[in-house]
Design a protein around this ligand. Structure first.
Ligand code: NDP
Length: 281
């Protein structure tokens, strides 16, 4: 039987095993998918763990917090990065082709874009987008977002320097990108994406001070369970302030997993069917 796993720390609440098992059932593929709590202090530790997992017969790994950047560096040494991984500087999907050949990809960006466009039917082209946060999640989705030709992307973070660094790194002729530590109160944002971890602490991002919600769509990357309608503090705030539309991040999680599944099995699962099925569990 083919063996896969998600690695991270902490990992016990990961929904990935249920998602990959659901996809596998849909497509009649027999596999095991574990959640492995891995504790590494540095890149070399992680590399050793990956070697062991490859030797144990794992054929692919999902990589989550806090190991995406180290995974990138390890796979870079092996010349196995995809263009998407290279652009983001982070790897969330590893394929062990052999003990020597390892491939690394990043499916977070495509996961977000598919959820926004295919599932939610939100238009990105020519829109003014506000991204709250400047951590790994923003870094992972920025190239995919920019590729959709929005009119502008403002990255707003408590630590404005991190936002400015990202705006500089991903500077593009496709749209205007700014890194700020405040919201531009004069601007009408069409889409606001919360990519902070504030919702995990049941808090509103401190950076929404002054934001208005009317005529704006709100997306929170955080998810609570498999329910697309579960509300984070950010979404509750958006709805009570008159948001045009809103969504949590469960669709992104499923879409990025579907893309990883496709990389490993060359078969694309039906995400809508998975959401319907998993919501019942
Ligand atoms: P990081 O730890 O790398 O970054 C956290 C970010 O949140 C930082 O920019 C930090 O600001 C900001 N932040 C934290 N608390 C607050 C607050 N109270 N007010 C304002 N800003 C705050 O995390 P990631 O970028 O990796 O992940 C962010 C979120 O996205 C996580 O909650 C994660 O669950 C979710 N996510 C969801 C995915 C999905 O598939 N749905 C995929 C990837 C991530 P500062 O720099 O100033 O400290």
């Amino acid at each position: 039987m083919k063996k896969y796993a998600v690695i991270g720390n902490p990992i016990q609440h990961s929904l990935s095993p249920l998602i990959h098992q659901n996809f596998a059932q849909q497509l009649d593929i027999e596999l095991s998918y574990d959640a492995l709590n891995i504790i590494c202090d540095n890149k070399e530790d992680l590399k050793e763990q990956l070697i062991q997992l490859c030797l144990q017969g794992y054929q692919g790994l999902s990589v989550t917090v806090p190991y995406k950047t180290w995974a990138f560096e390890i796979i870079q040494e092996k010349n196995g990065l995809s263009e998407r991984a290279y652009q983001t500087g982070a790897v969330n999907t590893v394929s062990f082709v052999s003990s020597e050949k390892w491939l690394g990809d990043n499916t977070d960006g495509v996961g977000l874009i598919r959820d926004l466009k295919k599932n939610l039917h939100w238009t990105l082209e020519n829109r003014n987008i506000l991204l709250l946060g400047a951590g790994g999640a923003v870094r992972g989705v920025l190239p995919s977002l920019i590729a959709e030709f929005p009119a502008s992307v403002d990255i707003v973070n408590r630590d404005g320097n991190k936002a400015k660094l990202l705006a500089t790194k991903f500077n593009s002729a496709k749209c205007l990108i700014r890194g700020l530590n405040y919201i531009d109160l004069k601007k009408q944002y069409d889409i606001v994406i919360n990519a902070t971890s504030a919702s995990l602490q049941q808090k509103l991002p401190s950076t929404i001070e002054g934001l208005t919600a009317k005529n704006t769509c709100f997306y929170d990357m955080v998810y609570i369970d498999f329910d697309k309608h579960s509300l984070t503090p950010f979404l509750k705030w958006a709805i009570s302030n008159g948001a045009q539309a809103s969504s949590n991040g469960i669709g992104m999680l499923l879409e990025q997993a579907a893309e990883a599944f496709f990389l490993w099995h060359q078969k694309m699962p039906d995400v809508s069917a998975a959401i319907a099925n998993l919501t019942k569990t």
